[in-house]
Design a protein around this ligand. Sequence first.
Ligand code: PLP
Length: 383
Amino acid sequence: MKEKRTLMLPGPTPIPASARRAGADEIIGHREAECDELIEEVTEGLKYVFQTTNDVLILTCSGTGGLEASIANTLSEGDKVLSLCTGAFGERYATIAERYGVEVDRIDFEWGTAVDPEVVEEKLAAEDYEAILMTHNETSTGVINHPQPIGELAEKYNALLLVDAVSSLGGIELKTDEWGADVVVTSSQKALMTPPGLCLVSVSDKALAATEDSDLPAFYWDFNRAKDRYDRDSQTPSTPALSVLYVLREVLQEIKEEGLENVFNRHKVVAKAIREAMRAIGLEPFVDDEIASKTVSAIKLPEEVEFSALSSKLKEDYNVYVTGSKGHLKGKVFRIGHLGNVSRTDALSTVSAIEMVLKEEGYDVELGTGLEAAQKVFEEERK
Ligand SMILES: Cc1ncc(COP(=O)(O)O)c(C=O)c1O
């Protein structure tokens, strides 16, 4: 018998059983009233999770498609944007803008640190920018960048704030309207616990107004086509990923029932348990507690352990999936995803499996040390 798969990746993430079953429902016509209802329910559920009254558009693609759409709809060739890069995904957002002929000024923060609003303000005070691009949760380093101070700066300097929330939305608080985020992009396969295939994008009035001036080409990605169609008959301009929408509808109901505050708290506690467990076995988290992500933890690898050995043994012997790192962190840091439908017992079994594989690889660890540290976090939480 193969042991249960424990998917501890920063996406795709495990899907709750009832939602998985919803995905097996029979296909309906995408121009039928039943589909209008489906899309309306999903849109309303998304507004709750995005904490917005803005339009939330449903695009059939993964997160990158939505990032591309955020550029193609709101900017023009030659516009200047300020890109806040704290890792691989921040760099990718900047690269997308460059591909569209947008002039990108990058602020490169050291990997493992967060965006410093003071540095951002210096740039904004010195030059005019149409937009600021930021990554809410930098998945490659496990760092949270707080959108609120950047939203205040965007307002002060009259720039749009475009936020990549692909690995955060639904797992880490993001108050879209209150914090002034004009475009927020996420995708289905992360904290929204749904299969890959949908990208969800909130668009403020300021961002919609910017679409009027944009001269970049967009058809499939056109926000106004999506908005107009939804406003007309609650449909999408092209055939949506219906089965993925069935799952998402179910998940959004579950999130509503649990309550956003509880969802965020659950992520916080699991993140803390994982970090404490790694510390207890002598592995240092890559980033400081104050800026540590609640959806993915980056952990430094001990010198004597190869990432390939750790990951393949976790997979083959325990059916536990973790991932490596990108860029210059490759081979030095590994990442444990804990977002969406990841339970305390998933965290505990992952910690146990890591201890066992590390020991087998010659790392000096007393079995149960990390497990106990994680248990204490959960015990504390129940008091
Ligand atoms: C922060 C962030 N942005 C963008 C992406 C790309 O998303 P997708 O693979 O859905 O296109 C990811 C994927 O992990 C991500 O974590």
